[in-house]
Design a binder for this molecule. Sequence first.
Ligand code: NDP
Length: 291
Amino acid sequence: MSATIIDGKAYAAALRIRIAAGVADFAEATGRRPGLAVVLVGEDPASSVYVRSKGKATEAAGMIGIEHRLPADTSQADLLALVAALNTDATIDGILVQLPLPEPIDEAAVIQAIDPDKDVDGFHPVNAGRLATGLPGFVPCTPLGCLMLLKDTLGDLAGRDAVVIGRSNIVGKPMAALLTQASCTVTVAHSRSRDLPGIVGRADIVVAAVGRAKMVKGDWLKPGATVIDVGINRTEAGLVGDVDFDAALAVAGAITPVPGGVGPMTIAVLLRNTLVSAARRDGHPLDAASL
Ligand code: NDP
């Protein structure tokens, strides 16, 4: 038996078509298009590529994409002033400050300066608190994309045993919160966890968000488990995930490939969050659950 491949690229493409339709409805009803501002400080090549692809995707969805590219020596005060201006700019529904920020800028201070109701990355502590307490807010794009793929693959997640490997604020913690909300029984594993193979072996759902190439072995998995591989690791053999994909194929029930699994979902969910923000801000009816 070979696992089903979860095609994140195809899911994300379909999601982007639904978002574009939602944007067209929004524009017709309100006379304006949702606006996403992306701020990049410095010349980090990977960040520059991400920002460009976010800009293109925004325009392709019919939204307005504004890029602010600032020099690496931009002061924290100047960056905070830009964020403050975007917070009060009525044409901007989403603000994304591309991380990492160059030294000595305090990332936490910049994230906290973003209006939580425009924080489409979902990194502001207010949105983390909203997620933890079940209030509407913004959920970080990568874990929300993982949840969409899981629901599409498995349907109702209630009662399933889920293991999230990794406890970062941008992936692991919000992923665990989302799975808890979906009534899974959730274990969060990290670098201090004992017997990771044993923990993984009990899980119906495994989300790996570590950043270590092929760390999760095929024979750790429970037969039939659904595996979501968030990891992006550059190796001599090219991009690989945190899961030993070839070995996992023989054991898992379904698995995301790297690339082509979780990766394409992140930008699609960013567009979704921006449309949701615009609709909330203008009181435009939008069934976010149908996106
Ligand atoms: P972080 O480095 O912030 O977190 C990694 C987590 O993995 C930490 O909680 C760490 O534990 C844990 N960890 C490290 N080593 C081990 C180990 N040996 N056993 C178990 N747990 C371990 O990474 P991110 O959460 O930001 O990202 C994780 C991966 O996902 C990366 O490869 C990243 O590139 C990728 N990513 C992909 C995205 C996409 O769009 N597809 C978006 C975001 C990230 P501890 O807390 O104890 O240190």
